[in-house]
Every structure is written in structure tokens, then in C-alpha cells.
Design a protein around this ligand. Structure first.
Ligand SMILES: Cc1ncc(COP(=O)(O)O)c(C=O)c1O
Length: 367
């Protein structure tokens, strides 16, 4: 028996992946061509253009990494963090921890500012820390998927010194809330394909500023990761004569192309407004059945809603019932929030009013 045949479509309302849109499924089954075929290269060029629009940047260096969000994340850190660089990590959730883990492997001199999970970071403390010390790199997660908190990237960027490289995780923010790479002086930023863009996982957009490119090009040491060495990969993604590095996941690039095309047709501003609207609808719906959100209103992400689990309710039992009886996936909490919250993602194609109604009605029935 072919196991694939037993899979039915599931409404993906967890922390990602989100439900893939029909246009993207269709794009995935487009004929595979060679990775150096001129027709594919022109698709790559269009992808870069679309990414500049969605990231709001004029950076030359803008491309998808072949891999999931973690590969894009690692590509920012391995290319930007040199051995013994002083790195400040602003941490208020699981993905901030992952940044620290990656920097440890690179032999960086790390300072971590830790804030409570579910709370926004304290700008005053960051300001005090950066005014007293010099950091080569400062890194923070924009949309903390583990908690549903939106961190104030623009405000952080205003505090940083000119010569610091600012790395931002936009895995859950790109295509769901505003991300302004140039205006916010971000030097290296990464995202993924499976959340706001509603593709399967596997082609993850990054962009580097000219300051970041200068840092990368002036390094004496080899970038300590062959697959993610952007000095080499750029020779495949840019220039008149493309040079083979690794075989691009061609059909995933088709999917990404289609998702970006769809965003441009709907209009990025409309996409962002849609996310806000469905989020507010969810908050209302949850309130009507007695459920509350973990995060203070001002710092809530529309794309990731952390819902407090009422006492006496079995987290896993409810999630399993939703999946098995209603065909709806929602996420559980991570780390200190495990068993305490559900994570309801409203991202990309999943971010629709009727999907909110489905999950609220299902929760009403099962709790
Ligand atoms: C904020 C954040 N950063 C990084 C990642 C890692 O991405 P991936 O799981 O696609 O490797 C995730 C995944 O959910 C995420 O939410």
C-alpha cells in the first residue's frame, strides 16, 4: 500500500507549516528543468526581485537558502559571526535559545539578555547593555513563535551602534506582519517558506546589507560551513555566468516563486491587513468561549496566538481530538510553556476567517 494515499488534507493552524495553497501545489508539479537552465535562472532572478519587495529592501544580496528556516538562520550566523566575535543575543523564547546554541558552535564571545517567555524585551536594559559594551553582532527574533510575542525591531535597531551587525529572525513575521529591512537597518535577516508564504518547508529567504557583505568578504577565516558559505553560493544566485554550488531544489523554488507571485497579486499591505483581521476575529471567538491569550495586547503576533489552557483541561488530549476528529492541527507549548498554552497559527493561506470559525467551534465542542 502507498502510505501517501491515506493522507487527507489537514487544516494547519499550528506554529507552521501552514496550509499550502492550491496554486503552490500546482506550481510544485511544474516540469523540473536543469538548475543551470536559462529559464530557471530567470525564475531565480524574479524570485530575488519578489523577495526584495516583501523584505522592503534594495539589498543586492537577497535569495532563498536551500533548506528550512534553521538553514537560513545558520547561514546568517556562520557568515556573520567570526571566531571570538562579541555577540549579544536578546532572548525571550525558544528560538532565541537556538541562536545562542549556534553562536556557541562558532566560538563566539556571547552575552545573553534573557527576558521572560511570553513577555516583550526590555528596551532600557538593552540600551544600557549596548552603551557600556561593544558588540560585533546583535541578534533577536522578531516574531517569537514559541510565545506569540512581537519584538520591537525598529526600536532595537535605533539603539545599536553603527558598526554592529544586526541579525533578525523573521521566520514567523515575513508575509504576516510588516518587515522593513532597510528602514530598520537590519544587516542579515532570514525567514522560511512554510509559514507566511504557505509553501512546503525547504526554501528560506535571506538578505544581507552591504555592511554584512563587507564583513563577510573581509573575513580572513574560511566560513566554517561549506553548504551555507554565501561567498560561494552567491556565484550561483548572481552574476552573468552562474557557477554550480549545489543542485537547487528546483520545484521548491517554483513553489516559492508562486507564493511570492500570489502575495504580489493580493498586495503585501492587503496580506498584512488580512492577518490582522483574522487574528482579531480569533481573539473575539476565543473570548466568547472563555479562552484568553497569554501575551499583552500590544505585543501580540497576529500570526501566532498563544492561548492559555484552562486548568483541568488536558492539552494533548484536546490537540489529538482536534486532529483526529476535526482534521485541524494546532500546536502545544514549548519549554516552560509546555502544557500551559496552545499555539494557534494564522499564517498565509491558513489565515482566513472561516478557518478561525472552524477552530473556535471545534474548541467549543471539545473543551
Ligand atoms: C522563529 C523561528 N526561528 C527559526 C525556526 C526554524 O525554522 P525551521 O523549523 O523551518 O528550520 C522556526 C521554526 O518554527 C521559528 O519559528
Amino acid at each position: 500500500m502507498n502510505s501517501l494515499k491515506s493522507l487527507k488534507e489537514t487544516l494547519l493552524l499550528g506554529p507552521g507549516p501552514s496550509t499550502v495553497s492550491p496554486s503552490v501545489y500546482e506550481a510544485l508539479s511544474t516540469y523540473t528543468v536543469g538548475h543551470l537552465d536559462p529559464r530557471f535562472i530567470s525564475i531565480m532572478d524574479e524570485i530575488k526581485e519578489y523577495l526584495r519587495l516583501i523584505y522592503k529592501t534594495s539589498n543586492d544580496f537577497c535569495m532563498p537558502v536551500s533548506g528550512t528556516g534553521s538553514a537560513a538562520m545558520e547561514s546568517c550566523f556562520v557568515n556573520m559571526v567570526d571566531y571570538q566575535d562579541k555577540v549579544l543575543i536578546i532572548q525571550n523564547g525558544y528560538f532565541g535559545l537556538r541562536m545562542e546554541n549556534m553562536c556557541q558552535r562558532l566560538g563566539a564571545d556571547i552575552t545573553t539578555l534573557k527576558f521572560d517567555w511570553g513577555k516583550v524585551i526590555d528596551l532600557n536594559l538593552i540600551e544600557e547593555t549596548v552603551s557600556k559594551n561593544h558588540y560585533d553582532v546583535v541578534a533577536v527574533v522578531h516574531a517569537e513563535t514559541s510565545t506569540g510575542v512581537r519584538n520591537p525591531i525598529e526600536k532595537i535597531s535605533k539603539i545599536l551602534k553603527q558598526d554592529t551587525i544586526f541579525i533578525v529572525d523573521a521566520v514567523t513575521s515575513l508575509g504576516t506582519i510588516n518587515v522593513e529591512v532597510d528602514k530598520w537597518n537590519i544587516d542579515a535577516i532570514y525567514s522560511c517558506s512554510q509559514k507566511g508564504l504557505s509553501c512546503p518547508p525547504g526554501a528560506s529567504p535571506i538578505t544581507f546589507s552591504s555592511k554584512a557583505i563587507n564583513k563577510m568578504n573581509s573575513r580572513d577565516s574560511l566560513i566554517p560551513n561549506w553548504y551555507l558559505d554565501m561567498k560561494e553560493i552567491i556565484k550561483y544566485w548572481d552574476g552573468n555566468q552562474r557557477v554550480y554550488h549545489h543542485t537547487a531544489p528546483i520545484n521548491m523554488m517554483y513553489a516559492l516563486y508562486q507564493a511570492l507571485y500570489d502575495v504580489s497579486k493580493e498586495g503585501l499591505d492587503n496580506v498584512i491587513k488580512r492577518h490582522e483581521k483574522v487574528h482579531l476575529h480569533l481573539v473575539e471567538g476565543l473570548k466568547s468561549i472563555g479562552l484568553n491569550l497569554l501575551v499583552e495586547k500590544e505585543f501580540r503576533l497576529p500570526s501566532l496566538n498563544a492561548v492559555e489552557i484552562p486548568s483541568g483541561v488536558n492539552d494533548l488530549e484536546i490537540r489529538n481530538t482536534l486532529l483526529n476528529n476535526y482534521n485541524i492541527e494546532i500546536g502545544g507549548g514549548l519549554g516552560p510553556l509546555a502544557g500551559k498554552i496552545w499555539r494557534i497559527g494564522l499564517m498565509g493561506h491558513s489565515a482566513r476567517l472561516h478557518n478561525v470559525d472552524k477552530v473556535v467551534n471545534a474548541l467549543k465542542e471539545v473543551i
